[in-house]
Design a protein around this ligand. Structure first.
Ligand code: G2H
Ligand code: MG
Ligand code: MG
Length: 267
């Protein structure tokens, strides 16, 4: 059993995870808490906005389609970092983004154990617990701390792509490569200036939608891992402190070898 106390200024509750089940791989976990948090969020939002649509990680795992339309849409990851949650590794977040006409209007990432609430609204800046955020502004890739994720895939091609990308970055060299176990919190480190870049191939829109607007509103840059325009449904992202760093990472990171049939969102 895993449990984590979630706090905000308004409420305090204990999340109990009684059952851990596997999804797409032996490292892709889901608990009752993931499902309960998603249900709680969707039902509360639906009561107020009955016409709005939802893309939620656990609803998709239960068979719902992943379709981003022009309608107002809430993109929800009820627990980003479920493996951390199960093991009590202290980086676990709730990630919520809201889009209209496929454009993100605001994003919220609540890093529960740290009690850090990141949020950003389009054109209105990014904040951590109410204080404005700003990226590091670093432009020299050799001075960067880069965050990525190991991911849940365990097949040979995915593993060799992931490890060789990390090796290529370390050989540049960059000053550090880190992985916290939650893409949402990883990307928020770029927004704080604590890290200079984040990249990953294989995250879903619910992992990165909220933190993308947080990085952008903190003055950062977001692009596809091939250097093209970012598409939150493509499962490829670089978030960086500057265009120079983002382009530097795009030149190093290779995705093609294993994206194949993997390039759309499925839970
Ligand atoms: O815990 P989740 O929501 O599956 O997300 C993981 C994706 O590997 C970390 O971002
Ligand atoms: Mg996630
Ligand atoms: Mg999740």
């Amino acid at each position: 059993n895993a449990h984590i106390i979630c706090r905000t200024r308004d409420f305090c509750f204990v999340l109990n995870s009684k059952e851990v089940r596997l999804k797409s791989s032996p490292a892709d976990l889901v608990t009752e808490t993931d499902q309960q948090v998603e249900k709680m969020l969707i039902s509360a939002i639906r009561r107020k906005y009955p016409q709005h649509r939802f893309i939620g990680e656990e609803s998709v795992a239960a068979g719902e389609a992943v379709e981003l339309t022009d309608s107002p849409t809430w993109i929800i990851d009820p627990i980003d970092g479920t493996v951390n949650f199960v093991h009590r590794f202290p980086f676990v977040a709730v990630s919520i983004a809201f889009t209209v006409n496929k454009q993100t209007e605001f994003g919220i990432v609540y890093s529960c154990v740290e009690d850090k609430l990141f949020h950003a609204q389009r054109g209105r800046g990014a904040y951590l617990n109410g204080k404005p955020l700003c990226v590091s502004g670093q432009t020299d890739i050799h001075r960067c701390v880069v965050v990525t994720e190991i991911g849940a895939e365990r097949d040979d091609l995915a593993l060799s792509t992931m490890t060789s990308n990390i090796c290529r970055l370390l050989r540049l060299p960059v000053q550090g490569v880190r992985a916290l176990g939650t893409a949402a919190v990883d990307m928020c480190q770029v927004a704080t200036g604590g890290a200079d870049a984040y990249y990953h191939i294989g995250m879903h829109c619910w992992d990165i939608a909220a933190s993308t607007i947080i990085v952008l509103e903190a003055g950062g840059v977001v692009m596809d891992t091939d250097g093209s325009e970012f598409d939150m449904m493509s499962r490829k992202v670089i978030a960086a402190s500057s265009s120079a760093v983002a382009n530097g990472i795009a030149q190093v990171v290779q995705a093609d070898s294993f994206l194949g049939d993997f390039s759309r969102n499925r839970a």
